[in-house]
Write a protein that binds this ligand. Structure first.
Ligand SMILES: Nc1ncnc2c1ncn2[C@@H]1O[C@H](COP(=O)(O)OP(=O)(O)OP(=O)(O)O)[C@@H](O)[C@H]1O
Ligand SMILES: [Mg+2]
Length: 262
């Protein structure tokens, strides 16, 4: 049983089809990572999984019911989505933006609860943005801003979390921190996470389930040790490489072929 799945999903922007007949079952309680070249449809797929985009054909099912048939608030209580390039309202503070993650849990009779407060504080601590609370989001560096958006998604406290390239703009230690956090959320709270990542080696390290896409379709999926092969990297990215075991984790490590001039 998987809570979230896409069936025969076709996604288009007006008359341009980007994803065709895609089937995807997101394993419960695991970290799924989607990889693939630029413009292959990763973000488009993730947005459909979070109901930001309505399928042209097929459906995304949550607990067996098509998202299109569920009320928005109910979906937002279950699925959190961090898009690739989110846009913050002008001049909003960090604390206020993170607090927006609580909207799906609020009721007209109770504007702000202790639970909301706890969730926001915890999310800001976990993403290391507590010190930025009163700063305006506009004034932050790309990496700081990225962590604030992740805090907002965490504050939503959904059992399913979809993150589109959460490590863009982050320096290497913050990248590792964010990915460790994803793992930790998954481990401690059994959350199901779907992440789009560009770095194949990070994907292989952090994924339980790896999905490789190319030109709007899934080319391969399964455990990284089975999916990440030199043949697959050539097929999906058109890159010659050698795959060796990661010296720390043993997961597949992609080493590109000799650089120009070497
Ligand atoms: N809002 C939009 N309107 C029209 N076309 C779009 C829109 N968003 C994406 N596309 C097109 O859909 C295709 C897939 O885009 P998508 O953003 O899903 O790719 P991606 O795999 O996430 O790429 P990247 O790795 O660069 O983020 C691209 O050709 C893109 O130009
Ligand atoms: Mg994208």
């Amino acid at each position: 049983m998987t809570r979230l799945q896409a069936r025969e999903l076709t996604l288009a922007y007006e008359d341009r089809t980007v994803v065709r007949g895609l089937d995807l079952a997101v394993p419960d309680g695991e970290v799924t990572v989607i990889v693939g070249p630029n413009a292959c449809g990763k973000s488009t797929t993730l947005r459909a999984l979070g109901r930001l985009l309505r399928p042209k054909e097929g459906a995304v099912l949550l607990d067996g019911t098509a998202l299109a048939k569920l009320p928005t608030k109910k979906i937002a209580q279950q699925i959190g989505l961090l898009p690739q390039s989110p846009v913050a309202p002008e001049a909003i503070t960090v604390a206020d933006l993170v607090a927006r993650g609580r909207q799906p849990h609020q009721h007209w009779w109770q504007q702000w609860s202790d639970d909301d407060e706890r969730a926001v504080t915890e999310a800001m601590e976990r993403t290391d943005v507590s010190d930025l609370a009163e700063r305006s989001v506009d004034e932050l560096s790309g990496g700081q801003r990225q962590r604030v958006w992740i805090a907002m998604a965490l504050a939503q406290e959904t059992s399913l979390l979809l993150l589109d390239e959460p490590t863009t703009f982050l320096d290497i230690s913050h990248q590792v921190e964010v990915l460790d956090l994803v793992r930790q959320l998954n481990h401690d709270k059994g959350r199901t996470v779907v992440v789009v990542l560009h770095d194949l080696n990070q994907a292989a390290r952090y994924a339980d389930h790896l999905v490789a896409m190319r030109a709007g379709s899934v080319v391969a999926s399964g455990p990284p040790s089975e999916v990440v092969t030199a043949e697959l990297v050539r097929e999906v990215f058109g890159l010659d490489c050698v795959v060796v075991p990661d010296p720390v984790t043993g997961s597949p490590l992609v080493v590109p072929g000799a650089p120009w001039g070497a």
